[in-house]
Design a protein around this ligand. Structure first.
Ligand code: SF4
Length: 705
């Protein structure tokens, strides 16, 4: 068993007798956010009456974000799906009739059995991070689909380019411990609106700022975070690698390189050095669209810290990898801490994701071995980011069978997948059998043949790792499932039984799945008692090298990429749709989440939607004036893939040449039944086969209200 450090419990946050009239239950926020907060639910007479951040969990500090503070509004929402539904109207109409669980599951099982008898690859699971829980995520679902022999899903839609970049450079999704940012002297917040989507990191950054640290935000948009930092570099989308190289170039020419660290703990320094010297600040400034003085000044800030042996830390986030060169951009940024020896300090280095630090027993939990007992031991892999194209593909020797059945859980692809027009056409296929496990009638549920009511986090067991800190959290059910809602695990267990899958693993209950997730590596009794435990990890993980790469070094040049015929060094790749290359579509569009939404979650929570108001396109006043657009005007954003009507907002957040379509609204709540993904493309990134949501050229025109 790994050694586990346990935070002391505080009185009042212990789980209390569940049979008492009022008691509290430990839980974990399930949403796709690096903070993975611990919460405490107060239950009175079987109803959740209060949800608070757990004050005993240091990373949460008793504070939840605005979104999840409203979680009870979501749980008891009048539009919660509380019974199984069967389609009675045309696809997309959202017209359903109630049906019993028995009838729904019997019919679904019969349809899947018939398809599997021909070729189970015609069945595709489609899921992502609607919950981050290991149990209600893929715990039982992966077992079911592996045993069935269904197509495998490549879950790329958010983070796989960055993950591939980190993997190639550092060896995995590993990095600094987030709490140590509080001691950093210079923090680069790169591609992250931390105030909106990484609030608990922002607390540490604020601590550092109060202690005299300098905060620099690198983001095309003047976010809430950017305006609170000392400096903001509003670079053009997709130019981050050029900026990283220019910073390295300055470190080289001014000798701010930690030669000892580089020599002992990196691979490929000479090659990287030569490449970096091709990027003087003037060249990078022209590519990035920022003043050369800003780049030089930022490099000088880094150099000052290096000379004083003070820690420089980078909080990288996934925004900057949603472009063609996203994987290489992460590689370029991830080289920087090694070049300056920042990893020597516990408050120096980089954090993009910490999820690779966890000893998850994926084989035991997800049971990929069950594929060997299926009719198709080596099924094809479908990339979730090209679901629009793939749903429209006929059977072929290359592709295999057409997708004939889609089981969607923890995801809302009709709203969130790129190039909506094709996604919608695919989902509208009359010959596609679609089952959606959901809490609400989302855009995707509207296209389902069956909608199965899913439990919320307060109604089921789960266990969580984090990608922003290094604690394990347990989520215990606080209340009974509302109506006929059931956990995802229950649905897949029932389908497995109907399909005759008698492997003992399908009998595991949810608490057993929680125990299996980490096995002996985490003390489950401590989790039961306190709701959270902290992994025992080194304070400064790479102070003496020891990167989890094959060489054990930070791979500035990657032999593994070279072996694949790829550039071993981080490459500076222009966007698929580079600004200035298409006169018909001169504006670059990025589409980060609106402050009160988390991807497409929370859009139907009235208080949060009211706070957002309506779908907005942020524009720079010069771009707006050139088109006769005033603040608040209705505009149409368009390109060759589609058009989307929204309201223009000239609020000072967009830089010239870039518009910001805040997402991700449900299509049916948009002005004309569309959202920003009407415009985004299915082109993929350089590494990781990820989508390129922020690599999107558009034009904008004013339209009548
Ligand atoms: S900050 Fe993130 S993890 Fe914490 S409650 Fe909000 S969404 Fe959940």
């Amino acid at each position: 068993m790994l050694a586990i450090a346990v935070s002391p419990a505080i009185p009042g946050a212990e789980p209390t007798d569940e049979h008492s009239a009022e008691h509290v239950v430990f839980g974990a926020c399930p949403h796709d956010c690096p903070d993975t907060c611990a919460f405490v639910t107060t239950v009175r007479d079987g109803r959740a009456v209060r949800l608070q951040g757990n004050p005993d969990h240091a990373q949460t500090g008793g504070v939840l974000c605005t979104k999840v503070s409203r979680y009870l509004e979501r749980v008891y929402h009048p539009e919660r799906l509380l019974q199984p539904l069967r389609r009675v109207g045309p696809k997309g109409s959202g017209r359903f009739e109630p049906v019993t669980w028995e009838a729904a599951l019997d019919d679904i099982a019969a349809r899947l059995r018939a398809l599997a008898a021909r070729d189970p690859q015609a069945i595709l699971p489609y899921s992502y991070a609607g919950t981050m829980g290991l149990v209600q995520g893929e715990g039982m679902a992966a077992r079911f689909f592996h045993r069935l022999g269904a197509s495998l899903l490549d879950r790329t839609i958010c983070a796989s380019a960055g993950a591939a970049g980190l993997e190639a450079t550092l060896g995995g999704k590993v990095g600094m411990r987030v709490e140590h940012f509080a001691e950093s002297r210079l923090i680069l917040i790169w591609g992250s609106n931390s105030v909106g989507s990484n609030l608990h990191f922002w607390r540490y950054a604020q601590q550092a700022k109060r202690a005299g640290a300098r905060l620099v935000c690198i983001d095309p948009r003047r976010t809430e975070t950017a305006e609170k930092c000392h400096e903001h570099l509003a670079l053009l989308p997709g130019t981050d690698a050029a900026l990283a190289y220019a910073l390295m170039q300055q470190c080289i020419v001014h000798d701010w390189v930690d030669h000892d660290y580089v020599q002992r703990h990196t691979l490929g320094w000479e090659a990287l050095r030569a490449r970096a010297l091709e990027w003087p600040p003037q060249r990078a400034a022209a590519v990035c669209g920022v003043p050369v003085e800003q780049i030089v000044a930022l490099a000088r800030d880094i150099g000052t810290c290096v000379q004083r042996r003070e820690p420089v830390a980078i909080r990288l986030n996934y925004g900057m990898q949603r472009v063609r060169g996203g994987g290489n951009a992460v590689r370029a940024v991830a080289c920087l801490p090694a070049v300056i020896g920042a990893w020597r300090h516990r408050a120096g280095g980089l954090l993009l994701s910490s999820s690779g630090s966890y000893p998850v027993r994926r084989e035991a939990l997800f049971r990929p071995d069950l594929l060997q007992r299926s009719p198709c031991p080596q099924p094809r892999v479908i990339n979730m980011s090209t679901i629009g194209d793939d749903l429209l593909r006929p059977a072929s020797p290359d592709f295999g069978p057409a997708i004939e059945a889609l089981i969607v859980y923890n995801s809302n692809p009709v709203a969130v997948a790129p190039e909506s027009a094709k996604v919608v056409r695919g989902f509208a296929r009359e010959d596609l059998f679609t089952v959606v496990l959901e809490q609400f009638c989302t855009d995707t549920a509207d296209y389902a043949d069956y909608v199965l009511p899913a439990t919320t986090q307060l109604e089921h067991w789960d266990i969580h790792l984090s990608y922003g800190h290094t604690d394990v959290l347990l989520n215990r059910p606080a209340i009974a499932p509302l109506g006929q809602a059931r956990p995802n695990t229950w649905v897949f267990r029932e389908l497995a039984r109907r399909l005759g899958f008698d492997d003992p693993c399908f009998a595991d209950d949810d608490e057993a799945l929680c125990r299996q997730a980490f096995g002996e590596a985490v003390d489950f009794d401590l989790l039961l008692a306190r709701g959270h435990v902290t992994l025992a990890l080194p304070e400064a993980p790479f102070a003496e090298g020891g990167f989890p790469t094959p060489s054990g070094k930070c791979e500035l040049a990657s032999p593994r990429l070279a072996a694949q015929g790829l550039d071993p060094l981080p490459a500076v790749l222009p966007n698929h749709e580079a600004p200035g290359t298409d006169p018909r579509h001169p504006l670059a569009m990025i589409s980060p989440p609106a402050r009160h939404f988390l991807n497409s979650t929370f859009v139907n929570v009235v208080s949060l939607r009211d706070a957002e108001g309506e779908p907005l396109l942020e524009m720079h006043p010069e771009d707006a004036a050139a088109r006769g657009i005033a603040d608040g005007d209705w505009v149409e954003v368009f390109n060759d893939r589609g058009r989307h009507r929204t309201r223009a907002r000239l609020n000072g957040r967009a830089r010239p040449g870039v518009v910001v379509g805040l997402g991700i609204w449900w299509r049916k709540m948009g002005a004309d039944g569309t959202n920003v993904n009407e415009l985004t493309s299915q082109a993929l990134t350089d590494l990781g086969r990820a989508p390129t949501f922020y690599d999107c050229l558009v034009q904008v025109r004013r339209v009548p209200a």
